[in-house]
Design a protein around this ligand. Structure first.
Ligand code: ADP
Ligand code: MG
Length: 292
């Protein structure tokens, strides 16, 4: 491999919005047969918003939303921002919270106006001894529409379900199709539940989904695919994705993502657009063809 043609490739990449940090990654990219891709912020815009709410009898929706926002004000999670923004839009004041605690991959809790408020996935609330079964049908309906269902519990009892949706980026479907046409197998990896993940994957014609993945398990899934003999690229944007980006044969960060992800990756897609990964793949094939 001549260093010169690699350098030309790196330069061409830069002009197409693909920042190659590690030149060997450009060589490896043409060998990649499997792309593991994070859902939130990579396939989707990463700007979820509240699209619906269904309260349990005796709980006023607007009040429950304020309690949830009071807790979520302490969280950095994109879902938290969706809840806080929706509550602020009601024009009412979000109360203060104390004793805030975050449970990564599950949800958040705090005390608000003397009440214990939990906000998170039904599974997380279950782990906190909240019986959410009465809400199962609503949760399932939201998920089948591709939304994330978040339950709010007050003093140990469910009060409301929030449907939070994160639209796909405009370029995602086309990019996934182009990558599949280049014989890459695409695997979606997400901390979200299987039904929501499946609904979004179906829209993108992604066959393989790994859902309910805890933040510290993502890199293990990349390594398992490598152990099966695959050459794996991982695309992600979050702090959670960083170890998986480092473990992959080619780590691909969204330029719109966190600094930690960008630092852990070999390649950064400046516009945060998977279409640039298609260009990078073609560039890698061209570069290696010129070398041989
Ligand atoms: P992702 O991979 O989609 O970013 P995470 O691992 O961060 O997912 O979270 C997984 C799930 O845990 C979320 O889909 C949500 O149900 C729940 N969750 C995590 N943090 C919060 C939060 N601050 N508020 C509500 N739910 C949360
Ligand atoms: Mg993400």
């Amino acid at each position: 491999a001549t260093p010169m043609s690699i350098m030309v490739g790196v330069g061409r990449g830069a002009s197409e919005g693909v920042l190659v940090k590690n030149a060997e990654a450009l060589e490896r990219l043409q060998k990649v047969d499997t792309l593991v891709v994070d859902k939130t912020g990579t396939l989707t815009q990463g700007r979820p918003s509240l699209v619906d709410q269904q309260g349990v009898d005796g709980h006023e929706d607007a009040r429950t939303l304020l309690l949830a926002a009071a807790v979520e004000a302490g969280s950095e999670h994109p879902l938290a921002r969706a809840v806080v923004d929706a509550a602020r839009q009601t024009g009412r004041t979000v109360p203060a919270a104390s004793d805030f605690a975050a449970h990564p991959g599950g949800g958040v809790s705090a005390t608000v106006d003397g009440q214990h408020v939990l906000v998170g996935s039904p599974a997380f609330l279950g782990s906190q001894h909240v019986d959410t079964h009465a809400l199962d049908a609503v949760v399932e309906a939201y998920r089948r529409r591709g939304a994330t269902a978040i339950v709010v519990a007050v003093d140990g009892r469910p009060a409301s379900v929030l449907a939070i949706a994160d639209p796909l980026k405009a370029t995602t479907a086309g990019a996934i199709e182009d990558l599949r046409r280049r014989r890459m197998k695409v695997v979606m990896l997400t901390g979200d539940n299987a039904t929501t993940a499946r609904a979004i994957a179906d829209e993108l014609h992604i066959d393989q989904v790994v859902a309910d993945v805890l933040p510290d398990q993502k890199h293990g899934h990349v390594q398992a695919l490598q152990a099966q003999g695959h050459t794996v690229a991982m695309a992600g944007d979050g702090v959670n994705d960083a170890p998986a980006l480092a473990a992959a044969d080619v780590g691909v960060a969204m330029g719109t993502g966190t600094d930690v992800a960008i630092e852990s990756a070999d390649v950064t897609l400046l516009g945060g657009d998977l279409a640039a990964l298609v260009k990078a793949r073609d560039l890698s094939v061209d570069t290696m063809r010129n070398i041989r």
